[in-house]
Design a protein around this ligand. Structure first.
Ligand code: ADP
Length: 629
């Protein structure tokens, strides 16, 4: 016999289970039964291609045995079983360590919540048991092993006798306490109601010997004790039941258990289709992004069933990347059970299903946007980035599909608006959708360039995410209206007269700006006067399509070190600000000071635009030099 310690995280979880004051301890049974069902699925799936399995489909079952005297519940299955290594790996370490970590960060104050909201699997048995024994024989193995643990200290593994392939979990139920009547879990009615409640859809029979009374034939009012072997679950998967008989709670419980979330989904999509593609689909839009969603470990996909049997856990082909947040499953009669991953990729039927599912998801999101704005905004905060990437990726191939699902904060009421809403709220004669970029909406509002646009009564979209501007560039226009960054050099809000006056002013200051440009070298493309700054002295704009924000984003990408992108910057100076007068005065008299002013003005404009200054030391020296003059 080997005695082993639990891996540290498992130990934490075990401790929590053993000392749990959680009120829904009853979920332990569901967890143990789900494991059995999964193990049977695996062996059943194998039996389709491997004749040595030797079990008929109808013979698979999960057996429950209650023993009041010895205080045990036994759950046995004839599934795939576990080898010695698998026992160690599966029951000695917590598989979902990452998610557990994540949850514990959020729920440190309230460990209880983790258990209820989040499937904790096998270890939940310890909420009601003081000892758990697992006897198991893996398919293809001659040896059986017994795993046993009485708590967080550790577990033992030894060889044992077991005839048939499969697993038996024996839970030794805790003694009753003042607060907890553990004995109720030894009651056959309680157990059968728990199975109805949580495991009804399990597609293998869950059977139990049921002690009951039966009328004695021919004798009135006389009953005898009999034992009936009953099947306790209906075995109809949730997704095959009609919508009308299902309650929100059914969907929510199913979702939380199956997809290991601690929150209800924000949307449930349950559909059945017959015709060119026959399938049932049950999809969920989660309320929040899974902890690994924005990492490369995340795998998108829906579970794929063929006639109720799981054939693939994450079928990526069923979901486009921009809807990768959707969880759920598809059950189709049209797919063969032992279809391989490679074959699936070329399966026309599957493509058809994927297309219709995509439409369903899109419709659902559109409906939510229209009728449940608040929920949609919550959804968008979690997954909007994904939609925006969807617009941008594949050279904008899906931009049309997705453009009406985008929302952005806007200057009007600092509320989210769709592009359609923006356009329908446009002023007469407005032909441009204005936007501004920055880290936060607060910072954007401070941009001097926004003032002029707002003054003209135009609404501005506030783009705070790196991908935002790229996705608008990909769209190019909406409803014939082009997009323009308020920091774009071409932002043209002046009247013809104003334009002319400015042109001539710039023309006469040409040589002065040349002189100033010498001081700034490559940093700027041009310097000129502008009308668009109300009270502010300076701002930076860009010409040639790459904005300051885009420069930042592109240069922050991995591998961009050798190939830095540069926005073509223009330093614009407010022609009505006293500083304009000042530089005109010193030009030609004191060009050395003019050069210093040029540097200072460029530094100011950079800071306002959210750009770092290349030489902060020089900048600070210049400022102090002026202060002490
Ligand atoms: P989860 O089921 O979420 O993976 P659990 O803690 O419930 O997590 O179980 C851990 C692993 O132990 C399972 O993934 C499975 O590989 C194995 N396991 C548990 N119960 C059984 C069983 N009855 N038969 C075969 N394997 C099992």
């Amino acid at each position: 016999m080997r005695t082993k310690q639990f891996k540290s995280e498992s130990k934490k979880l075990m401790d929590m289970m053993i000392n749990s004051i959680y009120t829904h301890k009853e979920i332990f049974l569901r967890e143990i039964i789900s494991n059995s069902s999964d193990a049977i699925d695996k062996l059943y799936f194998l039996s389709l291609t491997d004749s040595s399995v030797g079990i008929k489909a109808d013979d698979f079952k999960i057996q429950i045995e209650l023993d009041k005297e010895n205080r045990t519940i036994k759950v046995s299955d004839n599934g795939i079983g576990m080898t010695e290594e698998e026992l160690d790996k599966n029951l000695g370490t917590i598989a979902k360590s990452g998610s557990f970590d994540f949850k514990s960060e959020n729920d440190k104050k309230d460990g209880v919540d983790i258990i209820g909201q989040f499937g904790v699997g096998f270890y939940s048995a310890f909420m009601v048991s003081d000892k758990v024994t697992v006897e198991t024989k893996a398919f293809g193995s001659n040896e059986a092993f017994c795993w046993e643990s009485s708590g967080a200290e550790g577990y033992t593994v030894s060889t044992c006798d077991k005839e048939s392939v499969g697993t038996t979990v024996t839970m030794h139920i805790k003694e009753d306490t003042e607060d907890e009547k553990y004995s109720e879990y030894l009651d056959q009615y309680k157990i059968s109601s728990l199975i109805k409640k949580y495991s009804d859809y399990i597609r293998h029979p869950i059977v139990m010997d049921f002690e009951t009374k039966k009328a004695v034939e021919g004798k009135e009012n006389e009953y005898e004790d009999v034992i009936e072997n009953r099947t306790l679950n209906s075995m109809i998967p949730l997704w095959k039941r009609s919508k009308s008989e299902l309650k929100d709670e059914d969907y929510n419980n199913f979702y939380k258990e199956k997809f290991m979330d601690y929150e209800n989904p924000i949307k449930v999509i349950h559909t059945a289709t017959e015709g060119t593609a026959t399938y049932n689909a049950l999809m969920f839009i989660p309320k929040h992004a899974p902890f690994d969603y924005y990492t490369k470990e995340f795998e998108k996909g829906l579970q794929l069933y063929s006639k109720g049997v799981l054939i693939m856990d994450k079928c990526a082909e069923l979901l486009p990347d921009y809807f990768s947040f959707v969880k759920g499953l598809v059950d189709s009669e049209d797919l063969s059970l032992n279809i391989s991953r490679e074959m699936l990729q070329h399966d026309g039927q599957l493509k058809l299903i994927a297309k219709t599912l995509e439409k369903k998801i899109k419709n659902e999101l559109e409906k939510m946007l229209k009728n449940e704005r608040e929920a949609y905004e919550e959804f968008f905060k979690a997954f909007g980035v994904q939609l925006k990437f969807g617009v941008y990726n594949s050279y904008g191939m899906n931009a049309d599909t997705l453009k009406d699902l985008l929302i952005f904060k806007s200057s009007k009421e600092n509320k989210y608006v769709t592009l359609k809403e923006y356009v329908s709220g446009m002023k007469e004669g407005q032909d441009t959708v204005y936007y501004a970029c920055g880290e936060t909406t607060e910072r954007i509002e401070l941009l001097p360039q926004c003032d002029a646009v707002k003054d003209k009564g135009f609404e501005i979209l506030y783009l705070t995410e790196n991908v935002d501007e790229f996705s608008l560039m990909m769209l190019r226009e909406y409803d014939g209206k082009k997009f323009m960054n308020v920091c774009d050099e071409n932002l043209n809000l002046d009247t013809e007269d104003e334009k002319k006056a400015l042109e001539s002013e710039n023309e006469s200051a040409k040589d002065m700006f040349e002189e100033m440009k010498k001081a700034l070298g490559e940093s700027v493309n041009a310097i000129r006067f502008t009308n668009k700054l109300k009270n502010h002295p300076v701002c930076l704009t860009s010409e040639g399509g790459i904005s300051l924000e885009m420069e930042k984003t592109l240069n922050a990408m991995p591998g961009s070190d050798e190939n830095k992108v540069k926005a073509q910057l223009v330093l614009e100076i407010n022609s009505t600000h006293p500083i304009a007068q000042k530089i005109k005065e010193i030009y030609g008299k004191d060009n050395e000071t003019l050069a210093k002013y040029a540097k200072l003005l460029f530094a100011e404009a950079s800071l306002i635009g959210g750009k770092t200054i290349d030489n902060p030391v020089e900048h600070s020296n210049l400022v102090c030099e002026l202060m002490t003059k």
